[in-house]
Design a protein around this ligand. Structure first.
Ligand SMILES: *[C@@H]1O[C@H](CO)[C@@H](O)[C@H](O)[C@H]1NC(C)=O
Length: 128
């Protein structure tokens, strides 16, 4: 075998490996999924509650970013909170939001979004 045909064979093998690995990474993306866990709301004072948001997932590396955004609750005016986007690593498995309660004993419905490539919306309800 001369050097030229050796070169061609190496090129073909490299190309096949490349195709193979691009298929594999596609499979990993399909498999990647964030799974919201049971949220908890705790009383933390006369007019204060702490919302605990927890997550698990499949195919996500520990150091990957998980970003959550609490959009709001209805009826509006019952609660308020800082409209922060919370940035975490997947391995943190939880984040918290501090809620200021303006009306007590009211059933509310809230929307929380996991943003980025792990996009998932969660609606949940509780009583203030
Ligand atoms: C999640 O909710 C946000 C805010 O309402 C919206 O912009 C986004 O499109 C929703 N995503 C999905 C997948 O429903």
């Amino acid at each position: 075998m001369n050097t030229r045909s050796q070169f061609v064979i190496i090129f073909i093998i490299a190309f096949l490996l490349f195709i193979n690995s691009s298929y594999t990474s596609q499979d990993v993306n399909i498999f990647k999924r964030i799974i919201p866990q049971l949220f908890k709301v705790k009383k933390a004072g006369e007019h204060k509650m702490i919302l605990e948001v927890k997550w698990d997932g499949t195919g996500i590396k520990d150091n990957e970013k998980v970003t959550t955004k609490l959009h709001g609750c209805t009826p509006s005016g019952t609660l308020s909170f800082r409209r922060d986007i919370k940035k975490h690593k997947f391995s943190d498995h939880e984040t918290t939001y501090e809620l200021a309660v303006h009306d007590k004993g009211v059933p509310v419905q809230c929307l929380l979004e996991f943003t980025g490539d792990l996009q998932t919306n969660v609606t949940f309800g509780f009583q203030t």
